[in-house]
Each structure stands twice: as C-alpha cells, then as structure tokens.
Design a protein around this ligand. Sequence first.
Ligand code: CMP
Length: 397
Amino acid sequence: MAATTSTLRARVHATLRHSDNSQSGRRWRAFHLFALGSGLIAVAVSSVASLPEAAARALAVVITLVAAVFLVEYALRLWSAPESPRYGGLSEGRARLRWAFSATGLIGLLAIVPAFAITVRAVGAESNIASIFCILWILKLGVHAPAMGTLARVISNERATLSSVLIVFVIVLVAAATATHFFERDSQPELFGNLPSSLWWAVVTLTTTGYGDVVPHTVGGRMVGSVVMVSGIVVLALMTGILATGFAEEERRREYLRVWDQVVKVPMFTELGTVTLSEIVSKLRVRHYPARFVVVRRDEAGDSMFFISEGEVEVRLPREPVRLGQGGFFGEMALLDRLPRSATIVTTQPTTLLVLYASDFYEIAAHIPSLVAAVEKEARRRRQENEAAGALTGGMT
Ligand code: CMP
C-alpha cells in the first residue's frame, strides 16, 4: 500500500513539475495556463462597475473555480514535495516545510489566498480582498517562463558590471539634481527649491521619460539638462548591452551542456577522448524530432549531417528501408560527394539528433581525421551496397 502511495505521489510530482515533458505534464501545463488566463481575464473584467448582474455572477463563478484549481494544486504539490530530488534525505515533514518556504511554494500560497477570501464572502462577511489577491495570480505566470531562471542567473553573473553602471547612474543623478537646484532655485523655487524636488526632475530626465512637468528655465539648468539626457541614453545602452551579452553567454553555456549530454550517448564521439570531444561539442546542435518526421528528403541539397543520440530513423532506399538507431549517423554522403541527398530519412519514434553543418564538418576533417575516416569508410560501404542493390533491381527489370 505504501509503495502504491509512493508511486502515485511520484507520478503526481512528476506531472506537476513545470519542466516535465511527458504527455500528462504537457497537458497539465496547458490546463494550468488556461485556468490562469481565464482567472486573470475574469478578475480584470469583473472590476468594471457597469457590468450586468448576470455577467458579474458568471465571472464570480469562473474566479471561484480557478481559485479552487489552485487550492487543489497547492495541496497536491505540498503532498508530493518529498518526491523532489532537491529534498532527498529529509523527512517528509521537513521536505514539505522546505517546499512551502521556496519561491514556488510562497507564490502557490499567495495564489490560494483568493480561495479563502471568496469563502469568507460566501459565508456573508463583507470583503473585496478576493479581487485584489487574484491579481497575485499573475506571479504564477512566471513558472511558465523558463527564461525567468536564466534572467536571474544573468543578473547574478553580471552583478559586478551592473552595479558599476548603477553607481555611475546614481552619481550622475545626484550631481545633476544638485547642479539644477543651484541654477534654478531662484527662478523656480517651488520646483527646484530643495534637493528632493530636483532629484525628481533628474530621475525623469535621466531615464529619458521626460514628463515635461518640471522644466529648467535658466541657461545653466538647460545645459545640465542636456548632459543628463545624453548620459541617460548612454547608461541605458550600457545596461542593455551588459544584459544582452550576459544572456548570449548563458545561452551558449546551456547549449554546451545540452549538447554534451547527447554527445556522450554516441560511442563514435566518446572514443575520441575528452579534449577532442569538447572541441566537437561546440560544433554540434541538438534537435528533437517527433515520430514520422521527414529529416532529409531525397534529391534536396544537403548542408549538414546527423548523429543519432536517441531514437531511430528509417532510410527509405529503393529496394528496402534500412533502420539506423542510437549511435548511428546519416547525411554524410551529400557532404562528402557534394551531391543531392541520396535517400529520404524519416524518424520512426521521437528522436534526438546532433546536427553538424557542412562548414564545421570540413573544419573537423582537418582537426579530427580519425572521425572523418570512420564516416568515409561507412559512406563507402553504403555507396557499394546501394550500387549493388541498384544493379540487382536494374537486372530484374
Ligand atoms: P545523404 O545522401 O546525404 O542523405 C541520405 C542519407 O541516407 C545518406 O546521406 C546516407 O547517410 C544514408 N544512406 C544512404 N544509403 C544508405 C544505406 N545503404 N544504408 C544506410 N544509410 C544509407
């Protein structure tokens, strides 16, 4: 019985994990997004005061249903928390407590507050807290964006550079506020009479917002304003550049790990040794294909070859199809012979391929001759096999 509970709990935990790629996981994510979207739209529309009574009641039902879904989700997540590998070695109670205080746990808790508020209202107590807390559901949208984690890592990696730019921002801000206060305090004492008021103008100008509610009148004030406007553009450009570079770096690192995970499943590569392997990893791209997907079409121009790290493909040859499994490769003939594709290739099941583009293939040929020699040997064998089969078919017809 305990084993059954544990299996069920493990299944529930796996399904609710937002990174789960199984069919049930994908279905749950789609349903969660649908519930979230419906809930948020219902909350937004229900804030319109002139809504007919029936529509308002229908929206209240939607909000209650969505709140109930999140309540059940929270309960299930709390129950299945001990299944998380992150809490391995902890007692069930401690694992649940740790999850409850994690970011996901706290967001989940905030998301169920409306459910309680709605119950309070249902039993007669006056409360409009529900609609206010429903807006917190927007936080749950974050779990559907895998890039949120990347953003947090980029900010953390670039914190030294970002804080330097931020310090420059603050220096320019305070200097500009002080200078305009000096130039403008006599002509506009109500707007620039003290430093905090001048700071407001400096923030609006430096961030290039420019409401136009406070404008310097003196020549000195306008000169300071010009410098602040240009500085604002420079600071924002710097921030954008730092974050964009950080994102690109982070993505490159993640791609490297993704490729590495797949490369080690191909014996041809693992035989090369770690140093050569790391060289080839940077040249490969991971691609996931569903079953019955045409990867390569006969007679098309070929600019890449493929290594199978997971799954299986079928090479549709005129005589009979050939199946290639994990560790196999295809698409090499077009690169070696510089001819169109000799056959159509279709996946027979969900398949992960490592793609090597022609330019990288020729570069690797110069650096790792043993790998290319093995590819050439197999291509020769395939060519001979096809020629023999062609002669046989030709002879028969
Ligand atoms: P290419 O011609 O680029 O595209 C089709 C691919 O099918 C070809 O490269 C080979 O990789 C593969 N192929 C062709 N003939 C055979 C065969 N007899 N056995 C296995 N694979 C083949």
